[in-house]
Design a protein around this ligand. Structure first.
Ligand code: MRU
Length: 370
């Protein structure tokens, strides 16, 4: 894995992964260094692609699927491993987001039918197609979500309330997590660009703090007003009428409308339900697992290292990055990465195909639109 200091500005501002024609290499923003350093890495092998996904240099459901697709290309280019083994290795990197399996299935089925000499180039072309498709899907999610935000703003105005929409989000579901735009953040960017006044409550999202380090950074780059809050503050804000809508992403959505997302999402949905706040998940259809009908029972939940909970990293006053321990040495830790919000708590699903109910019927409608 090689490192470059200064990316091309266009790429660095709105894209977190791109294929560099000149060096025929895959470039990524190393998300583990944000917001302190904008470090661009080149991924040159299957092992480097796997490492980047496992250690969350790239992360977010759509983005890990896209990275895995490029990982197949890198594996075939190296020639050290066969197609099937490369896909198995990439699939084992993270268990929860179904986009990984979705992308690998697509690449495998396409490439396996070709003569060996054609496979490498075909994998590259398809990986680039998946990247472009995801960017387009997220843009469409933004358009459908914008229509919803406009309705909400109009209702507020009719009721004589302030026009500004207060939106609560969890984790990072922005352009850093996708081909472009983001999922939950796409409607927010589109609203901001359209002049609709929006303000975002950003959950810090312990333990890896994707809200504090990534969402706050992204929104700041685009000038979207936002306030960082601790993960437990959302319920209080909703009780006080300070949240108009919750917008989150999804790592896997089931055939009955259950939404699996970063751990803590379920508690926000419960608080939203109790306070009559609409709760929407925004997701490309590549995030839907039509094989699963009970998310709590059947979605595999990633468990990550204890170190993510026991320690915290950040920029100290000496200008250097430091990692410090928070708890007594030897403290036992559980670190589940995701939870499942049952469909009954989800007001709707914003997809590139439109907005649907989180129900068997809504998911069937999405399926028939594919
Ligand atoms: O563990 P992460 O950072 O990969 O988790 C990401 C999330 O939970 C996102 O909300 C989800 O992938 C949707 S991203 C568009």
């Amino acid at each position: 894995m090689s490192e470059q200091g200064s990316p091309t500005p266009a790429d660095a501002t709105k894209q977190t992964l791109w294929f560099d024609e000149q060096v025929t290499g895959l470039k990524i923003i190393d998300q583990t260094m944000l917001p302190h350093q904008l470090r661009i890495l080149s991924l040159n092998s299957l092992d480097e692609a796997c490492e980047a996904i496992i250690n969350m240099r790239v992360r977010g459901a759509p983005l890990i699927g896209i990275t895995a697709a490029f990982g197949v290309y890198l594996a075939l280019r190296e020639g050290s491993v066969d197609l099937h083994s490369a896909c198995e290795k990439l699939l084992a990197t993270r268990p929860t987001a179904v986009n990984l399996r979705w992308a690998l299935d697509r690449v495998f089925r396409h490439v396996v039918a070709l003569a060996p000499a054609q496979r490498c180039q075909a994998a590259l072309v398809l990986a680039r197609t998946l990247l472009a498709e995801d960017a387009a899907a997220c843009s469409a999610i933004g358009d459908h979500g914008l229509a919803l935000l406009r309705e909400l703003a109009a209702r507020k105005q009719q009721a004589g309330l302030a026009a500004e929409l207060n939106i609560l989000t969890h984790c990072n579901a922005g352009w850093l997590a996708t081909g472009a735009w983001g999922t939950a953040l796409a409607p927010i960017y589109k609203a901001h660009q359209a002049g609709l006044p929006v303000h975002v409550w950003v959950d810090e999202t312990r333990p890896r703090n994707q809200g504090a380090s990534l969402t706050a950074w992204e929104l700041g780059q685009s000038g979207v007003p936002h306030t960082l809050i601790v993960d437990n503050a959302g319920g209080h804000l909703m009780q006080k009428g300070l949240v108009d809508i919750c917008l989150v992403g999804s790592d896997r959505t089931t055939a009955n409308g259950d939404v699996c997302n970063k751990v803590g999402t379920y508690l926000k949905a419960l608080a939203a339900f109790d306070n009559g706040v609409p709760f929407y998940a925004a997701l490309p259809v590549s995030t839907i697992d039509f094989e699963i009908h009970d998310g709590v029972r059947d979605i595999p939940i990633e468990e990550r290292s204890a170190q993510e909970v026991t320690h915290v990293s950040g920029l100290a006053d000496d200008g250097k990055l430091h990692t410090v321990r928070l708890c007594p040495p030897g403290t036992r830790v559980s670190n589940v990465g995701f939870d499942v919000t049952p469909a009954r708590l989800v007001t709707g699903l914003i997809t590139e195909k439109g907005v649907f109910t989180a129900s068997v019927q809504g998911l069937a409608e999405i399926r028939s639109s594919l």
